[in-house]
Design a protein around this ligand. Structure first.
Ligand SMILES: [Zn+2]
Ligand SMILES: [Zn+2]
Length: 301
């Protein structure tokens, strides 16, 4: 799994920072998560192929998370896109985008499929043979979801030496990879664990932005490999944090610790801070494995 952070700051774009957007590469999918202003330019800078993006997940309808979407939708048209585009986001997102397209009489020549979300409980919104995506209901000033991306368990790995020793024909390999035992010509049953190795452990990534301190999510994100949790403020601005339903670095770390995640990635920093180093310091007092998101940074897990 590879996470490209395109932008990870709150509120307004600046010459040196961008509002929220990320691309998650998982099992051959490129999932775009949030689309703040400037996302197209950041995609270009990261050399990410626009045509490989088929699913866009929008957490909520604050500008710093979706004002880049109308522009991107329009660019896909100019690039001659024909493939379907799926957009998952709060109810109202279809109306917002459609109105802009209508006023400019610039309808897309590719199918735009909106999946509008209204549920207050987590729901499965995407699934194929390799991956699932669930919403993570969050606590913000407007209706907001995080997203939980999980790889599915892959097929078992063939033990080439063992299948050769038992002289097993190639035509049985797929069954073996699917976990089946094999009966030899003399009637001996060879159990699957003698012919295969365990597949790699499936990876998971939880994206939680924007939200106040919200322990209700802990059960759902337990043990994920990586958690991106917003930390708009430091504890010194906790009063602002509570008022605006954002989280501090300390609160993000507390969630990471209780959920026992692998790595905590902090982001959505308020642009009031000169340096983001203090976010790491504050979080590490609570939870050891903290990384700072930065525009253009890539995480692999
Ligand atoms: Zn935001
Ligand atoms: Zn917000």
């Amino acid at each position: 799994m590879k996470l490209n952070v395109l932008g990870c700051y709150a509120a307004t774009p600046r010459t040196i920072t961008n509002p929220t957007s990320q691309v998650l590469e998982i099992k051959n999918h490129l999932f775009l998560i949030d689309c703040g202003e400037g996302t197209q330019v950041q995609l270009r800078k990261s050399k990410i192929k626009f045509s490989r993006i088929n699913h866009i997940f929008i957490s909520h309808l604050h500008g710093d998370h979706f004002f880049g979407l109308p522009g991107l939708v329009s660019t896909f048209r100019l690039l001659g896109r024909e493939k379907e585009m799926h957009i998952y986001g709060p109810k109202g997102i279809k109306e917002a985008i459609s109105l802009l397209l209508k006023l400019g009489d610039s309808w897309t020549n590719y199918p735009l499929r909106f999946h509008e979300l209204t549920a207050r409980d987590s729901e499965l919104i995407f699934e194929d043979e390799n991956v699932t995506v669930e919403t993570i209901p969050l606590d913000h000033r407007v209706y907001t979801n995080g997203f939980l991306f999980r790889e599915k368990m892959g097929e078992r790995k063939l033990n080439i030496e063992a299948v050769a020793n038992y002289k097993i024909d190639k035509c049985y390999f797929q069954n073996i990879k699917n976990g089946k035992d094999i009966t030899l010509d003399d009637g001996t049953v060879v159990p699957n664990n003698k012919l295969t190795f365990d597949p790699p452990k499936p990876k998971s990534y939880a994206y939680c932005s924007d939200t106040g301190y919200y322990p209700e999510i802990i059960g759902q994100i337990k043990n994920v490999d990586a958690l991106y949790h917003e930390s708009t403020f430091l504890e010194s601005e906790a009063h602002l944090s509570t008022k605006t339903k954002h989280a501090t670095a300390r609160e993000a770390a507390s969630i990471a610790k209780k959920a026992d995640v692998g790595t905590l990635i902090l982001g959505h920093y308020s642009t009031r801070y000169k340096s983001i180093a203090l976010f790491k310091e504050e979080a590490e007092a609570i939870f050891p494995n903290v990384e700072l998101a930065e525009d253009g940074k890539i995480f692999e897990f």
